[in-house]
Design a protein around this ligand. Structure first.
Ligand code: C2E
Ligand code: CA
Ligand code: CA
Ligand code: CA
Length: 279
């Protein structure tokens, strides 16, 4: 037995050993995946809720595993976050997105801004604004082509530091959005102080739209709050035309979800850029 903190004793059980071994294997697996370029980016369109016009696309990472196939982010992002490897993976995603924007521009396609997810660890630990400024210069991408998605959990820490971090990102000329809004604890006063561009309302609230008046009222309140704060509102996880009709009536600006398209590889995303009108 080993003495743990606060005078408690902890015992290494066989299960615990197995857990540690698994975790180590998985961490090695992630490191190997980073070294051998096994991460790819898929793109999901975001469209104007009234016109159906493509306004931007979200970059979503996938692990192209040699035997497991396409591994979804939920199966490796938590470990990547825990081990700090998310910082490297985040950089891979950012570079892939920048290279893709340039490739689309060279093909003469009307490129829309691409949004990239930022995890709490990237937001606090890394010199994010330096990393982004460097990538924009290196790839010759205009800052207006990039948007960062920050979850409410990024805003939990010391609010002066959060404000400073966001201000330094905004100073680069990129857009910053709040992801999964409604699932965390960001306060109205905090949102008001921060210079944020877009509020992405979590899919769980979109689902509630069809479950009666309460869900609709709730959504309407968030939309008007966001508009008072001068933010664009995006409904996440829109899957059917009934949800879209309600959102249009509520004045929601943009929608994203399977109703428009699932996330697709870059080649398929090129077709969205050409078509422009997606619904
Ligand atoms: P998220 O940022 O909230 O991304 C939206 C997720 O919802 C995506 O899952 C997307 O495929 C899924 N989705 C979109 N529309 C619908 C819909 O209509 N119905 C349903 N049921 N789902 C929908 P995905 O790609 O599996 O990503 C899951 C999460 O992993 C993301 O949630 C994000 O938190 C994280 N993630 C993905 N890529 C990255 C990345 O490059 N960096 C970081 N730090 N996190 C990432
Ligand atoms: Ca997101
Ligand atoms: Ca920083
Ligand atoms: Ca989200």
């Amino acid at each position: 037995a080993k003495r743990a903190g606060k005078g408690r004793l902890s015992f290494y059980t066989p299960q615990l050993t197995e857990e540690i071994v698994n975790r180590t294997n998985n961490e090695q697996g992630l490191r190997h995946a980073i070294k051998s370029n096994q991460f790819i980016v898929h793109y999901q369109p975001r469209v104007n809720a009234l016109t159906g016009e493509l306004v931007s696309m979200e970059a979503l990472v996938r692990w192209l595993h040699p035997t497991r196939g396409l591994v979804p982010p939920m199966e490796f992002i938590p470990l990547a976050e825990e081990t700090g490897l998310i910082v490297e993976i985040g950089e891979i995603v950012l570079h892939q997105v920048c290279a893709q924007i340039v490739a689309w521009q060279q093909d003469g396609l009307p490129v829309v801004p691409i949004s990239v997810n930022v995890s709490p660890r990237q937001f606090t630990d890394s010199d994010l604004e330096v990393e982004i400024a460097t990538a924009l210069t290196r790839f010759q991408v205009a800052p207006s082509m990039l948007e960062l998605e920050i979850t409410e959990s990024c805003m939990l820490q010391d609010s002066a530091k959060v404000a400073e971090e966001i201000a330094s990102l905004k100073a680069l000329g990129i857009r910053v959005s709040v992801d999964d809004f409604g699932t965390g604890y960001s306060s109205l006063s905090q949102l008001q102080r921060l210079d944020l561009d877009v509020l992405k309302i979590d899919r769980s609230f979109t689902i509630e739209l069809e479950n009666g008046k309460h869900g609709v009222d709730f959504f309407r309140t968030i939309v008007s709050m966001a508009h008072v704060l001068d933010m664009q509102v995006v409904a996440e996880g829109v899957e059917n035309p009934a949800q879209l009709r309600i959102l249009q009536a509520l004045g929601c600006d943009e929608i994203q979800g399977y109703f428009v398209s699932r996330p697709v590889p870059a080649e398929a995303a090129s077709a969205f850029l050409q078509r422009k009108m997606l619904i």
